[in-house]
Design a protein around this ligand. Structure first.
Ligand SMILES: NC(=O)c1ccc[n+]([C@@H]2O[C@H](COP(=O)([O-])OP(=O)(O)OC[C@H]3O[C@@H](n4cnc5c(N)ncnc54)[C@H](OP(=O)(O)O)[C@@H]3O)[C@@H](O)[C@H]2O)c1
Length: 360
């Protein structure tokens, strides 16, 4: 039976359960880990341990005392759940519990040595459609997957969509369902067909870049509504994705999350520019409509993509997380600037103090 998202959404919120608290503590820890990797990577040259209080406040603990830690950073190994988190997760049955969140998001919370990391996501029906033929895509997947999108926005420098998604959905692309920062919003609109009336171009909620064929920018023109215009060379009627990613990296945008639609994700995939592809499959049959991934025909199954995959339950949906750059170098201590850890900088609130010391 095809479920009704409206019915799901209209249900009143259940009272908080213990694993809700655990999930929100886990998310605080993940945000802290991501901010450390992004803003104070030099601290990760040494082992580090974090714990979260029930109110979500994250503080450092002595890495030698693992029983007190929720999260441990080991150089050359990465983030690991501490004994305390494992104990707390023991009696949880929900897929949203701390351990599942750690598994899914902690790989994104390490300094990465490459110039740019591109992760794409599509939510599709079990028969492969991301929207109806008329462009109705609200909501293919359920609440847990939508919350995942907001988490991915919070962990990314930029969230990117194609012009047709903005035309169909007029999205805001901000982080609203979980605590966390907004990403810079990036729209690919090579022909500049989108009006300045769209949310993204005038709501001022987060910085926005409109990337178009550079020939479409008039001399001296810098903005489309409030969005900054980025001119990109066009090759064979498509934006040159290498040039696009360089332009984003120049602006400090190194982790890019592509949220759709199918055309945009497929072009990055075909160009070999995706580090990973997340496809959330919903128990929904649309029958026809707008397809998700589309690639040129392959004659032999042996030539089809069959990447290493991690699988996560999200409510009724299943998220397949395809690893596409298995050969990429692992982050190493060499990638992290060598500094001496200063106990003062992690004495109270590891994030604000670390960032403060970085700014100083
Ligand atoms: N279920 C989901 O996960 C999900 C997510 C997002 C959107 N959606 C739905 O999917 C539909 C939109 O998806 P879509 O596949 O039709 O379109 P889309 O990917 O949103 O946008 C495609 C357009 O973006 C521009 N574009 C993207 N990459 C480009 C490149 N490399 N070079 C040049 N131009 C590029 C082109 O604009 P021009 O046409 O101007 O050349 C292209 O036609 C909507 O109905 C939306 O609601 C679903």
């Amino acid at each position: 039976m095809i479920r009704s998202k409206i019915t799901q959404r209209e249900r009143s919120d259940p009272p908080p359960r213990r694993h809700d608290t655990d999930a929100s503590c886990a998310w605080s820890l993940i945000l802290s880990a991501a901010r450390l990797a992004r803003n104070a990577a030099w601290l990760l040259d040494h082992p580090l341990a974090l714990r979260a209080d029930p109110d979500g406040r994250v503080s450092p603990v002595d890495p030698a005392h693992r029983s007190q830690a929720d999260l441990i950073w080991l150089p050359r190994v990465g983030w690991r759940a501490g004994d305390r988190a494992a104990d707390r997760a023991e009696d949880c049955r929900d897929e949203d519990q701390a351990r599942a969140l750690f598994d899914l998001y902690l790989p994104l919370c390490r300094p990465h040595p490459g110039p740019v990391e591109v992760i794409a996501h599509l939510g599709q029906s079990i028969d492969g459609y991301i929207a109806t033929a008329d462009g109705d895509a609200r909501f293919v997947t359920g609440e847990a997957n939508i919350r995942h999108l907001h988490r991915m926005r919070a962990l990314s420098d930029a969230v990117l969509v194609g012009a047709e998604t903005v035309a169909a959905d007029d999205p805001r692309l901000t982080t609203r369902l979980v605590p966390g920062p907004n990403a810079v919003r990036v729209v690919l609109d090579p022909r500049r067909r989108l009006s300045t009336e769209r949310h993204l171009f005038n709501d001022g909620e987060s910085a926005t870049l409109l990337c178009c064929d550079r020939a479409r920018i008039r001399p001296g023109e810098q903005h489309h509504g409030q969005a900054e215009l980025i001119g990109v060379p066009v090759v064979s009627e498509r934006l040159d994705l290498a040039a696009l990613l360089s332009a984003l990296a120049e602006r400090g945008l190194r982790r890019i999350f592509i949220e759709g639609g199918g055309t945009t994700v497929s072009r990055f995939l075909q160009a070999g520019r995706l580090s990973s592809l997340q496809i959330a499959v919903a128990p929904l049959v649309i029958g026809s409509g707008r397809l998700g991934v589309r690639l040129p025909p392959t004659a032999r199954l042996a030539d089809a993509l069959r990447p290493t995959t991690r699988i996560f339950r999200m409510g009724e949906d299943v998220l397949y997380d395809f690893e596409l750059n298995a050969g990429a170098p692992e982050p190493s201590a060499d990638a992290i600037p060598q500094n001496t850890i200063n106990e003062d900088t992690i004495a109270q609130d590891v994030l604000s103090r670390a960032e403060l010391s970085r700014i100083r």
